[in-house]
Design a protein around this ligand. Structure first.
Ligand code: F6R
Length: 259
């Protein structure tokens, strides 16, 4: 696990955007796993800037999002499809036909989830999965005590997650309490993983993820078992790490070693 601690969210997000850019440059037909929420916002803004200023192209990129609410009508302003279109896809040259979100509307949910898994497999699997982390340690909508080998399925959100995401909904708007999410096993199948953690409110779940025991109580801790993970943090999100100074030192050594 490579832990990169940067002074603030802007620098952490620039790092993340550059990391994604390098993947796009290195692999034709990259399959990118994406997240929604606030942790990835500045990174998406940086990617949009890179597209506008240095021609970073997404024409050959395919994307799979982690999750989507159940119960919102297609095109609803709080749907993750709407978020992705407005925060990223509408501003880059990606072919929207190659952007997948686990949207299941009034249908056989099991089949819809199985189809999502099959679609990921048929594109050759996810090369790089981008993640945020919940204050309760969730990745995707895999809430605490989710099976560490779970696949894409319907999950009931915890009260904590519903409360944290209430900020995105207006008072009179229905806020769903269930969602479809890639499973932890699905996420773990990605070739590489980049997790972005920003802000003091993430410091505990970040510490549990990196330094705690592997436990379904902090689903993100399963990433300790993945051989290719980069965690990029601002200093506030990193502030509860016991080995804070060590991570700063190892990253300095890593950069020196890599020239
Ligand atoms: C979003 C997702 C979630 C978020 C997490 C952090 O698609 O899967 O796991 O990454 O809840 O949310 P923010 O970034 O809003 O703090």
């Amino acid at each position: 696990m490579r832990v990169v601690i940067l002074p603030n969210e802007k620098e952490a997000s620039s790092f993340a955007a550059e990391f994604i850019e390098n993947f796009i440059a290195q692999k034709e037909n990259l399959v990118l796993g994406l997240a929604t929420g606030s942790s990835v916002l500045l990174t998406y803004e940086e990617l949009i800037k890179k597209h506008a200023s240095n021609g970073l192209s997404f024409k050959k990129v395919t994307t799979f999002n982690l999750d989507e609410y159940i119960g919102l009508k297609p095109g609803h302003s709080q749907s993750y499809r709407h978020y992705m279109n407005h925060k990223l896809f509408n501003h880059i040259d990606i072919d929207k036909k190659n952007t997948y979100i686990p949207e299941c509307f009034n249908e056989d949910y099991e089949l819809c989830c199985a189809n999502y898994e099959s679609k990921i497999k048929s594109t050759g699997g996810i090369d790089l999965q981008v993640l945020g982390i919940g204050a309760n340690g969730h990745i995707g909508f895999n809430e605490p005590t989710s099976s560490l080998r779970s696949r894409t399925r319907v999950k009931t959100l915890t009260e904590n997650t519903i409360k944290n995401n209430a900020r995105f909904f207006n008072d009179n708007e229905l806020q769903p309490s269930i969602a479809v999410t890639m499973g932890i096993g699905t996420i773990m199948d990605a070739e590489s993983i980049l997790l972005i953690g920003l802000g003091k409110h993430k410091s505990k779940s970040v510490a549990d993820l990196i330094e705690g025991p592997i436990s379904s109580f902090c689903p993100g801790s399963v990433l300790q078992n993945h051989q290719n993970v980069v965690i990029v943090l601002d200093s506030l999100a990193a502030s509860d790490l016991k080995l804070y100074d060590y991570y700063i030192h190892t990253e300095k050594m890593y950069l020196e070693f890599m020239g």
